[in-house]
Design a protein around this ligand. Structure first.
Ligand SMILES: [Zn+2]
Length: 145
């Protein structure tokens, strides 16, 4: 994926202050080193807005790690923590890890359905949706790398 200035965008985790009292750590963003701008991964925007809306209603300052709420953020955090990769390798590694995580969640899903645990089924479905919407974007980033 490229910036408007034609530079390659770099994936990194940032702490973002969304409102006066909501701070979210480990937000995956695409950074342009040339323009010094960053943008959110498109498929994560609506999820982030949901968390910010929910937490900004609570009193006091809130600081949370997105890795505790979002499967894709958690996965990106884990992969980036493993070390430095060139962009192409990073993207194929992420694609691989996303596939593995989806398989794991699908196994859990079957188990939850068998146990007729509706809350668990709903939770897993939500986690799967956090991962599935991101796949095409990751592929685009990979193709451009
Ligand atoms: Zn740029």
């Amino acid at each position: 994926m490229r910036c408007n200035c034609e530079q390659n965008l770099r994936l990194e985790l940032r702490t973002v202050m969304y409102t006066r009292n909501v701070m979210i750590r480990h937000v995956p963003v695409l950074v342009c080193d040339h323009c010094l701008t960053y943008e959110l991964i498109p498929s994560m925007k609506s999820d982030l807005k949901k968390y910010v809306d929910a937490f900004s209603k609570q009193p006091g300052k809130i600081s949370l790690s997105l890795t505790d709420y979002h499967e894709l953020a958690d996965l990106i955090y884990e992969v980036l923590a493993e070390g430095e990769y060139s962009e192409g390798i990073l993207m194929s590694k992420l694609e691989y890890e996303i596939g593995e995580r989806i398989n794991l969640l699908l196994d859990l899903y079957k188990m939850a359905e068998k146990m007729q645990d509706e809350d668990w089924v709903r939770d897993i479905r939500e986690r799967l949706s956090q991962l599935s919407v991101s796949l095409p974007e990751m592929s685009v980033m990979h193709a451009d790398a």
